[in-house]
Design a protein around this ligand. Structure first.
Ligand SMILES: [Zn+2]
Length: 272
């Protein structure tokens, strides 16, 4: 049974919904969860494309590559005027890291010392929100407040954003000056099996197509690259340098969908 069906059945068995309003609430939880999964997929694609550019273009990276490509993905989404949903994608992707961290530690989140010493996921969430409020304090001030990033730090985030943006601009400049397209990006959707509903949504939103367009318009790739959506046997996404492939696993969409339904909307005790 697919996930939506399973959730609907679970609800039927527990006696809900008891009213039309409750049924509408459920539908909105499910559609929010699909948005959440797809927003995470968007961010994830850009993150993996960051790894792809580092590898294919032979870019030097100072510091952790994971942090560097998170920054690049965030900058792209903050500056993508052609995607009206890109700001929502950022908020949901940051929340995804946040709730992942909460779920993995099993601990409550009730102080604000996470800048220094907590898990990678929580640091990724805060680093993203810092970049977001650094780029656009008006739009993301509320998000930064929810994350309890204080006013001084929010202001300092403007510099963090500018520094990251300038660094990536200068690194990528040699590949953006050409008027000609580089090598093409091929997009492949593999059979999705039990994940068909996620694959269909992923395809309908044109997430890989839009990302490929952004890359091809802006950077001249030295050799062809493939973006492949497929079943991997795990909730993951990665860049395969041997095949020059960015791979998005359908399982990841289901994982994020489930996180939204259970850990964020609060259905049940756990995301099992
Ligand atoms: Zn990575």
């Amino acid at each position: 049974m697919n996930t939506l069906g399973a959730v609907a059945l679970a609800l039927a068995l527990t006696g809900a919904p008891t009213s039309v309003a409750a049924a509408e609430d459920e539908l909105s939880v499910l559609s929010d969860a699909m948005d959440f999964a797809m927003h995470d997929a968007t961010f994830t694609m850009y993150h993996e494309i960051g790894h792809m550019l580092v590898s294919e273009l032979g870019l030097p990276v100072l510091g952790k590559e994971e942090d560097a490509v998170d920054a690049l993905a965030t900058i792209w989404l903050l500056t993508d005027d052609s995607d009206p949903d890109s700001y929502n994608a950022l908020i949901d992707a940051a929340d995804g890291w946040y709730f992942n961290a909460v779920a993995s530690t099993g601990a409550g989140v009730d102080d604000f010392s996470y800048y220094s010493d907590h898990s990678l996921d929580i640091q990724r969430a805060y680093a993203m929100v810092c970049m977001m409020v650094g780029k656009d304090a008006e739009v993301f001030g509320e998000t930064a407040d929810i994350y309890e990033i204080d006013a001084d730090r929010q202001e300092a985030c403007a510099y963090t954003y500018q520094q990251a943006s300038a660094a990536w601009d200068s690194l990528l400049a040699p590949y953006t000056e050409s008027d000609e397209y580089g090598a093409p990006i091929e997009i492949i959707y593999e059979d999705a099996g039990d994940y068909a509903e996620f694959a269909e949504e992923f395809m309908a939103r044109g997430i890989m197509e839009h990302a490929a367009e952004l890359v091809m318009e802006n950077y001249a790739l030295p050799q062809p690259v493939t973006f492949r959506a497929t079943q991997c046997g795990e909730a993951n996404a990665f860049f395969d340098p041997n095949e020059s492939e960015v791979i998005y696993c359908y399982e990841l969409a289901e994982y994020m969908f489930t996180m939204s339904v259970y850990d964020i909307a609060g259905w049940g005790d756990t995301a099992e």
